[in-house]
Write a protein that binds this ligand. Sequence first.
Ligand code: ZN
Length: 285
Amino acid sequence: MPELPEVETIKEDLRGLVVGSKIERAEILDPSLVEQPSAEEFVRRLAGASITGARRRAKHLILELDSGDSLVFQLKIGGELLLVPPVEEPETALMLVLHLGEQRRLFLRDETGFTRARLLDAGELKERLSTLGPEPLGEGFEAGYLPRKVGSRRAQIKPLLLDQKVVSGIGNIYVDEILYDARLHPRRKANTLSEGEWEALYGAIRSSLTAGVEHRGTTVRLYRDVLNRPGGHQNYLRVFEKHGRPCPRCGGEIVREKVGGRPSHFCPACQAEDGSGEDGQLELR
Ligand SMILES: [Zn+2]
């Protein structure tokens, strides 16, 4: 599932490969793709528009157009954007084709069919993005933000980190890696974290997502970049889907349990549920 590093990689690819191109024609192959406006209006407003920019906000991929509209994709679980050529034309699970001229086409395909697209004017875009929490690799995200925002909550830390209104762009792969790095059990209540633990969590969020971007994303199953290449960060995962295997830090067994309805991978020895981790961060309560 594309999270911040994967959407960031796709955005950078699109900046280099399709910004400056004109959309001659848009062809919808799966009408469930378009959430807003109607499919007819979506196609009509895209025709003839030039792509002037590509950006990312949280897990939203945004293509800016010279018409003033923004084409916004949520790639959800299995969404892929593929530029043809240079890659081979995909044949299955197609949802949208943007014809860019000179035989170049941008294909949106998704085996899971959950990808959604919207064509929004400036006001609608602002409204759409208004509830999102800060970008964890942006300047507005400093060490004091999370304890200030959620430090008094009795909610579990993992679901809080997945809440896009709290902090944006983190999904189920990176959150497990982040909590492992910070030595926090996914069920720890936010109001039980010590100052040192909040600092460790902040550092882990920044370093894990930065590494994911540097490695051009994580391909556990579905993710591909615009040139149909897998990412590289799956080679650096320590706990995600490593259940039954030894913890790289202590040699204990990584386990998988549901937390907040999501499969969660962690080391029960390094990430003690009562916060009594072996690194001396025992908190008196
Ligand atoms: Zn361990």
